[in-house]
Design a binder for this molecule. Structure first.
Ligand code: NAG
Ligand code: NAG
Ligand code: NAG
Ligand code: NAG
Ligand code: NAG
Ligand code: NAG
Ligand code: NAG
Ligand code: NAG
Ligand code: NAG
Length: 733
């Protein structure tokens, strides 16, 4: 089957607070450049109270970028998101420097030559006492000083050249005197800072905010800002200024201590960093007016049709597509173009960097399934047809399920998972927004210290590089076990005879560094028989490794998703695995010294030891919770589709209940698969009917369904799950 599935290893970072500390641990920190000063790719300017840093940073992960592709940007030290960047492209190299010359010209030059990127050219107004300073507002300003040090005038400021992020005190609008307009432009794609299709502007006539897509107005805030989602007005104070000189909109945060940047995402949402979405142009299709959406003319052939692209499909045959290799097209262009071309039924991006488009014209090239990147127009008549009970596969299934009551459970669980996937896909634009946030991580650090929680030492050993080298035969290929979350994993044997698994951080994986630290800190503090055990770590220059106890039976997915190996897992083993995972999770949520949310629970992260006892692994994305907190909101959705809870995918809210959800999915995977076999056996051997196996499998399926309740409140806690699992009196079936 020619399918296009991208299992997104959307890994996040959580050790945010260290980042600005890391950038210049030894050098005296500075927030300004004086004439003659330079800022190179390994140094940074940090604002006085450390809220923002200006530096060259690398976008994305190793696959999509390289060290010769840097962006000069200002990042928020707490969220690591780039809130401003210089120029339209990441053209800088690691040999680039930002200089303020003696004449007052501010520019980025590359040592090998090439055209400099000029931020401010002083040739028209020569100056000789300038200073460029990064302020705590996130504004990078160039000003001219009197000889006594007071400010004479402002020459240039980054706030006059917004990118896709709107900061408090920044202006959106127009200066009639200079003719200058201020507006935001979305990025073209997650890794591509070139201005994309969406812009956020202030309309001085209507006195409202507007979002355009390629010039067309998609959304308006209304003059009372009534179309901003309610959270916005409670968080922010809006300011509208209109005088002879300027007409603009700006905002401030009612609570100064919060992060309050607003990002215009590649799909046209306006979103608070680490917070809610406050405006949505991504749900504006031209025929609806919800939430401030504007109408425009629809193609005639689409009359009465509603734009309902979703992904519940796999591509059966990729060859039938039309490919448009235009690197200025973003995914929202593909959507609009597909909608406007009457023969188009599906679209996706063409390139891995999410540019270009691919279109399909026939439904018969798809089969039901799930593929993240593909959007298929739901056939106009699908709803009515389903009610007729004719061709629709879902309804057929339900009809059959009706007849066979036991079969119903299998189907229900299948449908439930699938429906959730479809639902999730509908929210893809939201997810992309989150991914956008994710990839803009600024991890420009080479400083590898062993992390420490500041209070006491660490609970793991440092293992010498030489013993790791000899244990893994110098990382030889035959010792390689596979690829883990952030790099290859090798097996080996320490001189003591202990078998180990060595997880080596990929060489260029800067994001991996942070996950590495996260994992190291967390897992060294956690000890439970159902959590993988960290033996130690080894850091040798840039080479970093985590050393774990060796697991003889690989991971759960190795068994579960292979038709032969899955036969090796009888129900007793499966139940043992389910229970072990539940115990491990309960420990994380409730009984460990820290309250930990794993956030990426899935079959491949469940390792199996000699006795097939499960051990939860991969804490690269886990979060430590304040024990008094029950949930947190994040704008970086990390995890694996299919295992992530709806509230996490759509709103970024995660709590122990999101782990419960992932656990539920995992449990259904473990149990449903066997359920089918049991059904098969039943045909062969009727005595199995109603047997214990039958009963406990059903019980597990039922608990799995409870855990995957759409609403987090209705899901049980891990404590409930365990008591249900082990209680003989559980009789809800
Ligand atoms: C970058 O600048 C810092 C501080 O100015 C300096 O210590 C360092 O040597 C420079 N690095 C390179 C590669 O020029
Ligand atoms: C810059 O990148 C090149 C090529 O990747 C590398 O050889 C060089 O050492 C790097 N220079 C610095 C200063 O990091
Ligand atoms: C600044 O502008 C002048 C005149 O327009 C031009 O000759 C000069 O090359 C510019 N400087 C830089 C660094 O681009
Ligand atoms: C630059 O400084 C010199 C002496 O320090 C002074 O004479 C001159 O007027 C200054 N030029 C400008 C443009 O301020
Ligand atoms: C600094 O000098 C300028 C002009 O020479 C003057 O206007 C200003 O008041 C002085 N500021 C202070 C703080 O002395
Ligand atoms: C301001 O925000 C901080 C951090 O989010 C929070 O702890 C504090 O309670 C908030 N204060 C008010 C007055 O809302
Ligand atoms: C590529 O797409 C952009 C944006 O729609 C468009 O302006 C441009 O003309 C296209 N280029 C080509 C060669 O079609
Ligand atoms: C519509 O899409 C089809 C297939 O992608 C393409 O062959 C055709 O040229 C398009 N029509 C227009 C008017 O763009
Ligand atoms: C994205 O990928 C396409 C095709 O691989 C390439 O032509 C284009 O230059 C890339 N865009 C960027 C900004 O890297």
């Amino acid at each position: 089957m020619a399918t296009k599935i991208h299992h997104l290893p959307m890994k996040s970072v959580f050790l945010l607070y260290f980042l600005c500390l890391w950038t210049s641990p030894h050098a005296a920190e500075r927030d300004s450049l004086k004439p003659g000063d330079t800022l190179n790719s390994s140094s940074s300017l940090v604002s006085a109270s450390r809220r923002f840093a200006l530096r060259f940073s690398q976008l994305g992960n190793d696959k999509s970028t390289n060290v010769n592709n840097l962006l000069l940007g200002i990042s928020d030290c707490a969220s690591e998101l780039i809130v401003w960047h210089a120029g339209n492209n990441n053209i800088a190299r690691n040999s680039s420097v930002l200089t303020l010359d003696n004449e007052g010209t501010l520019k980025v030059i590359t040592r090998q030559g090439g055209v400099p990127m000029v931020l401010y050219n002083s040739s028209t107004q020569p100056t000789n006492n300038t200073i460029a300073t990064l302020l705590d507002s996130g504004n990078f300003i160039l000003k001219e000083l009197h000889s006594n040090g007071s400010t004479m005038r402002l020459l240039w400021q980054s706030f006059d050249h917004p990118s896709d992020t709107f900061l408090p005190e920044m202006k959106l609008g127009v200066n009639h005197k200079t003719g200058k307009t201020w507006s935001l432009a979305s990025w073209l794609a997650d890794y591509i800072p070139t201005p994309g299709p969406f812009s956020l502007e202030w309309d001085p006539k209507g006195r409202e905010l507007i979002i355009r897509r390629r010039g067309v107005i998609y959304w308006k805030s209304g003059y009372r800002f009534q179309n901003l989602l309610p959270d916005a007005t409670s968080i922010y104070e809006f300011k509208v200024v209109s005088n002879g000189e300027e007409e603009y909109f700006s905002f401030s945060d009612k609570n100064q201590s919060q992060q309050s940047e607003l990002i215009l995402t590649t799909t046209g949402q306006l979103k608070v960093i680490k917070g809610p979405i406050i405006a949505r142009a991504d749900i504006c299709y031209g025929y609806n007016t919800n939430g401030g959406c504007q109408k425009w003319r629809q193609p005639e052939c689409r009359d009465g049709e509603e734009l309902d692209f979703s992904s519940g499909y796999f591509i059966k045959n990729e060859d039938h597509s039309t490919k448009i290799a235009n690197a200025s097209l973003s995914i929202s262009d593909c959507r609009a173009d597909c909608w406007n071309n009457c023969s188009c039924v599906a679209y996706s991006s063409l390139s891995d960097n999410a540019t270009g488009c691919q279109f399909w014209t026939e439904m018969s090239w798809f089969i039901p399934g799930y593929s993240r990147d593909l959007f298929v127009l739901k056939p106009k008549t699908s709803e009515s047809r389903s009610h007729d009970g004719t061709k629709n596969w879902r309804w057929i299934s339900i009809a059959i399920a009706d007849a066979v009551i036991v079969g119903f459970f299998c189907m229900l669980c299948y449908l439930l998972i699938r429906r959730k996937l479809v639902l999730r896909e509908k929210k893809k634009f939201e997810d992309e927004n989150e991914i956008l946030a994710l990839v803009r991580l600024n991890t420009s650090t080479n400083d590898i210290e062993i992390p420490n929680d500041g209070k006491n030492g660490h609970d793991f050993n440092i293992i010498s590089y030489t013993s790791v080298i000899s244990a893994t035969n110098n990382f030889s290929l035959e010792k390689k076990l596979g690829e883990g979350g952030f790099g290859p994993v090798y097996k080996g044997k320490l001189p003591t005879g202990q078998k180990i698994a060595v997880k080596r951080l990929g060489r260029n994986s800067r994001q991996g560094i942070l996950e590495f630290k996260n994992e190291l800190i967390l897992i060294s503090k956690l000890q439970h028989m159902n959590l993988v055990k960290l033996i130690g770590c080894c850091i040798h220059g840039e080479d970093m490794m985590l050393i774990y106890e060796y697991m003889h039976n690989k991971s759960l997915d190795y068994f579960l998703f292979d038709s032969n190996r899955s036969k090796l897992l009888d129900w007793k083993k499966r139940f043992n695995i389910i229970e072990g995972i539940a115990q491990g999770l309960l420990y994380l949520h409730k009984y460990s010294r820290l309250k930990v949310i794993h956030r990426d629970l899935k079959a491949s992260n469940i390792l199996l030891d000699k006795n097939m006892d499960p051990k939860i692994s991969d804490f690269g994305m886990a979060r430590i919770f304040n024990p008094h907190e029950s949930e947190e909101n994040t704008n970086r959705i990390v995890g694996t589709y299919g295992y992530m809870s709806p509230e996490y995918v759509t709103e970024g809210i995660f709590s122990t209940k999101s782990d419960v959800y992932s656990f539920g999915v995992l449990m259904l995977e473990i149990a449903c698969d066997l359920w089918q076999e049991v059904q098969g056996l039943e045909l062969v051997d009727p005595t199995i009917r109603g047997s214990c196996v039958n009963y406990t499998v059903l019980r597990c399926i039922h608990i799995g369904l409870l855990c995957t309740e759409i609403s987090a409140i209705n899901r049980p806690t891990m404590l409930d799950v365990l008591s249900m699992l082990t209680s003989e009196r559980f009789e809800s079936l």
